[in-house]
Design a protein around this ligand. Structure first.
Ligand code: AMP
Ligand code: FES
Ligand code: ZN
Ligand code: ZN
Length: 317
């Protein structure tokens, strides 16, 4: 196996590109693909200040490394979700990376700063942990970016993530979601720009990038997200990809190039900034009264903290 660029010994094959690469040229490929996604979707302008949401997993730590390498002023934001030892280990991985690289990390802790954690919020709302978690993340990422004067929030969603979500939305023809599935959401009053610069790179590439760059990430997935609802879609797409390399990229990139605009009519009004009121607690644009985040805080912050459970059974994290 020889590197397609320098003919030196290769360390990885990328079937989608039908090519092998040495460590140096593989890392260059990952950097180039990130830069290409940023440029093609006009995610960031040179010199933009970016707030990178970092979970301690491979994608977001690699993204932070890449944006820094590409010359953006990229600071990190870690959100402590209060999911037992899993959150402790995630936070430690993020802090260690920031210290080693001399990067600025902001931290928000649900329990310390807002009086609740994800397990307790899930219990009091009787909704899935992921829904309380997703709501908290969206609101607090937005707030941190606006308060810190950042131009955009970047997340580590990769091609596998986006193709799996697209597959799920297409299977059920969820046109409202299809209309909004774009790797960049422009800023609008009260909300920062949101970008996903890793949409041209797969899971395997991100893991390899971390190993080759010496980035220590946590491998474990969130213990509350029981298998992750997109896992089945990912497996199905992986099988298709194995038979026909490049399918995933074609599916997702083709959707962006030729289909997403056709669903524009299905976008909900609030996606276009149709919020007509401001939250009476925190001031964010909302449809009426108190925003969903403040309502969650109101219910969860007064509740007795609960132990971690999955499908009603206690679990160890
Ligand atoms: P997930 O929603 O867990 O699939 O994560 C998607 C993206 O959200 C990650 O790539 C990160 O950019 C960001 N993210 C997830 N969890 C956290 C966290 N606890 N703190 C900061 N960012 C996070
Ligand atoms: Fe959100 Fe697990 S990371 S519920
Ligand atoms: Zn090479
Ligand atoms: Zn609010």
């Amino acid at each position: 196996m020889k590197c397609q660029v320098c003919r030196g010994p290769a360390v990885i094959d990328v079937r989608r590109h039908n090519a092998n690469f040495c460590a140096e040229h593989f890392c260059k490929l990952v950097r180039d693909q990130t830069a290409k996604a940023i440029e093609e979707h006009e995610m960031l302008a040179p010199g933009d200040r970016v707030l990178v949401a970092v979970s301690g997993g491979k994608d977001s730590l690699a993204l932070w490394d890449l944006l820094d390498e590409l010359g953006y002023e990229a600071d990190g934001l870690y959100l402590g979700l209060g999911i037992g030892g899993y959150s402790d280990r995630s936070g430690a991985a993020v802090r260690a990376f920031a210290t080693r690289r001399g990067l600025t990390l902001h931290e928000v802790d649900l329990r310390a700063d807002h009086g609740y954690d994800v397990p307790t919020a899930a219990a009091v709302t009787r909704r899935s942990p992921c829904s309380a978690c997703g709501l908290s993340k969206r609101h607090l990422f937005d707030r941190a970016a606006l308060e810190g004067g950042y131009d955009a929030v970047a997340t580590g969603h990769n091609l596998d993530d986006e193709a799996a979500v697209l597959f799920g939305n297409t299977l059920r023809w969820q046109t409202e979601y299809l209309a909004r599935q774009h790797p960049v959401l422009p800023a609008r009053p009260g909300f920062p720009r949101k970008v996903k610069p890793l949409v041209r790179l797969g899971e395997r590439e991100m893991a390899a990038y971390c190993v080759l760059r010496g980035i220590d990430y946590i491998v474990e997935e969130c213990p509350m997200a029981e298998g992750n609802k997109h896992l089945g879609y990912k497996e199905a797409l992986n099988e298709i990809e194995a038979r026909s390399p490049g399918s995933k990229q074609a599916f997702y990139a083709g959707f962006l190039a030729r289909a997403v605009d056709r669903f524009a009519d299905a976008a909900p009004d609030h996606a276009e900034g149709g919020e007509t009121a401001s939250c009476d607690r925190c001031g964010v644009p909302t449809t009426s009264g108190t925003c969903a985040f403040c309502r969650l805080v109101e219910r969860a912050a007064g509740a007795q903290p609960v132990a971690l459970t999955r499908k009603g059974r206690p679990i160890d994290a």
